[in-house]
Design a protein around this ligand. Structure first.
Ligand code: SF4
Length: 641
């Protein structure tokens, strides 16, 4: 039986286990990447392992999230990251050189190789036929130490694309259509593999846009083949030597096939507050907006900027709409300057921001109270933009530009615009001066640490009997943004667990931290897809710091599940989902954990109503062993003696 592209990429990285659907496999990842929001913790974890240098082919530390330097905290983080990168042999970027995913695609992503990133949108690298997987920081630290990264062998869902996109319907609409059809849970433990004649009309950044938001469907990864279009992109980046062809075998077998006729797509939009809440733009056309953000790792390429510039050319933004542009990289910015586009955008009234994630996760440019913001980024979770009462819509750059002109959500096809087709440059401006490459030897150098960078808290083993109250009961699709808030006020304290723990579940229930501390130990009860979204490991570490010992949910998102394991929180699933109603907030629970065994079921006794709820662990025996000793870092310390 032939192999899919996804299976070929997995086979190339496989070092442990068999490629049998659902079985545990270990992958040796060729490259790693971190960014400043997850990197500080990751490098503290790597440092705690006592190694002298990374063992990957390439590791890159990007500084692209915490860029607002409102006080010493973010610049202290940047200095720490620059120092520790030199010490351990990691490439580090200068602050605000570009968004990690766009920069990696331009300079380092390689077809056939694998990349583990402490950011869920690492799947973006699938645009060049690379296996990009998002993970928690500790998993990335382990990969830098040369350890295998473990996942369940995923299913492979083929997305068969036919025909070509019509004018003013760009690549973002493809992934919005996928999300509309399969939801934010539709690709959990699966890889989305794009195929069919329609892929021949999509260039690498369009492919990356589509792969990028595979993270929103819970996909382990998203991939395109590596073909002539990939070669053309790599050559334009001066990297044609990195190209290898990768295609699915003719007799490859997929677990599911989804057909999308590109020519039948229309402009789509995700309504607040989930990226799968997708409808055609015409259904909400006319909704007044306050703000437009163009950028984010989904849509900050040269093509995106040029498309916006084409729509805004010679016109001025609507008086009521504040509009900001975040170019995805220095290359995008320089290419835009070369074409006179920035000049034109400034004349139209667009605010030109630095090259970083920016407003996407609330690092500035927050909407006003009850404001409506239309964004080209990948996420619109409640509160993520920095304003709890705001409503964030997600759409393609063409919808964003048309709406910025009209002051209301607008289908660009309703404006009298000349169709425009992007021609990718035969060679891009390549400027590597934003990278600081590590010296061959620097293991003795000291690393400067600011006072906000706190050591990792100690985590105790799981006791033989877990007792405590249900500290919070939540519904389906709780994101890591719900658990640990985004925004300019909170991101600078992510490397300070005692401090950030004061804001756990702020978006849902501000009393949670106080109640958890008073209770001393307890449980979280959740619905389906608990922990979806960003890979931030603080969403496990901070609740654990407050005393959370187990999460009982209907199902978990992949990365968060791994983070719970890494930091000693026991994840459990209801054997009968209907038992969810038997556990209420404040109920006292009792759970015996003497013999945690893979595949076993356990009884949770609810002392409040006498109910006995059957739960199971979704973990392998090795993962249960990590949890039992208080997480993977404890396990490593115990076993390295
Ligand atoms: Fe940055 Fe937003 Fe992409 Fe996260 S989702 S990497 S914050 S642009």
């Amino acid at each position: 039986m032939g192999l899919t592209v996804a299976e070929k990429l997995i086979a190339a990285a496989l070092v442990d286990g068999e490629m049998k659907k659902g079985s545990r496999i270990g992958l040796r990842m060729s490259q790693t990447m971190t960014h400043d929001l997850t990197g500080v913790m990751t490098y503290l974890e790597f440092e705690a392992m006592g190694l002298k240098r990374v063992k990957t082919e390439l590791s890159v530390s990007y500084i692209d999230h915490n860029i607002l330097q409102a006080d010493y905290k973010n610049p202290d983080d940047h200095r720490f990251l620059a120092d520790i990168a030199k010490k351990f042999g990691i490439v580090c970027t200068r602050p605000a050189s570009g968004i990690c995913h766009q920069l990696h695609l331009e300079r380092f992503a390689k077809p056939g190789k694998s990349l583990l990133g402490s950011d869920s949108h690492t799947v973006n690298a699938g645009g060049v036929g690379m296996l990009g997987i998002g993970a928690g920081g500790l998993d990335v630290a382990m990969a830098m130490a040369g350890e295998p990264f473990y996942i369940k062998m995923p299913e492979v869902i083929k997305i068969e694309l036919t025909e070509e996109l019509p004018p003013f319907v760009s690549a973002k609409n493809v992934i919005l259509e996928v999300l509309r059809r399969i939801s934010v849970k539709g690709a959990v433990n699966a890889i989305l593999e794009y195929a069919g004649p329609g892929i021949n009309s999509l260039n690498v950044t369009e492919r990356a846009t589509i792969c990028n938001m595979g993270a929103e469907a819970g996909a382990t990864s998203s991939v395109f083949p590596s073909d002539a279009i990939t070669w053309y992109w790599l050559r334009a980046q001066g990297r044609e030597q990195d190209w290898v062809p990768i295609a699915a075998d003719e007799d490859a077998v997929y677990d599911k096939v989804i057909h999308i006729d590109l020519s039948a797509l229309e402009p789509l939009i995700a309504l607040p507050h989930q990226p799968d809440n997708v409808v055609p733009v015409h259904e909400v056309a006319g909704t007044p907006i306050d703000q437009v953000m163009i950028g984010g790792c989904t849509n900050s390429s040269l093509q995106d900027v040029m498309s916006v510039a084409h729509i805004l050319a010679g016109k001025h933004l609507h008086d009521n709409v504040d509009t900001a542009l975040y170019c995805g990289s220095r290359q995008v910015m320089l290419e835009s300057i070369r074409r006179g586009i920035l000049d034109q955008l400034v004349r139209s009234g667009v605010r030109i921001m630095e090259m970083f994630c920016g407003a996407c996760n609330g690092m500035g440019f927050a909407p006003p109270t009850n404001g409506v913001s239309l964004r080209t980024g990948p996420r619109n979770f409640i509160g993520r933009c920095g304003t709890q009462s705001a409503s964030v819509y997600l759409a393609a750059p063409e919808v964003a530009a048309a709406s910025a002109l009209a002051g209301k959500i607008t289908d660009p096809r309703r404006l009298d615009l000349t169709p425009w087709k992007y021609q990718m440059p035969a060679s891009f401006i390549v400027d590597e001066s934003m990278f600081v490459f590590p010296p061959a030897q620097a293991e003795d150098m000291s690393v400067r640490r600011g006072p906000n960078i706190k050591p990792l808290p100690a985590i105790e083993p799981v006791p033989d009997q877990l007792t405590g109250e249900v500290l919070i009961k939540v519904g389906d699709d709780i994101t890591t943004d719900h658990i640990v808030p985004a925004g300019a006020n909170f991101m600078p304290i992510r490397c300070n667990i005692p401090e950030i723990s004061q804001y756990v579940f702020k978006v849902v229930d501000e009393t949670f931290p106080t109640r958890a501390r008073q209770a001393g130990s307890g449980f979280i009860v959740g619905g389906h897809n608990y922990g979806q979204g960003s890979s931030r490991e603080q969403a496990a570490l901070a609740p654990r710091y407050l005393g959370v010992r187990a999460v009982i949910a209907k199902s978990f998102a992949r990365i968060h599940l791994a983070n719970l394991v890494n930091f000693g929180i026991l994840p459990l699933v209801f054997v009968n989902e209907s038992d969810y109603h038997l556990l209420g907030q404040g109920d006292k629970l009792l759970l015996d954990t003497v013999a945690l065994a893979a595949g076993a079921c356990y009884k949770v006794v609810n002392k409040a109503n006498g109910a006995e709820v059957l739960v199971a662990s979704p973990l392998s025996q090795a993962e249960l062993d990590y949890v039992k000793v208080g997480g993977r870092l404890n396990w490593i310390k115990l076993h390295s003696r």
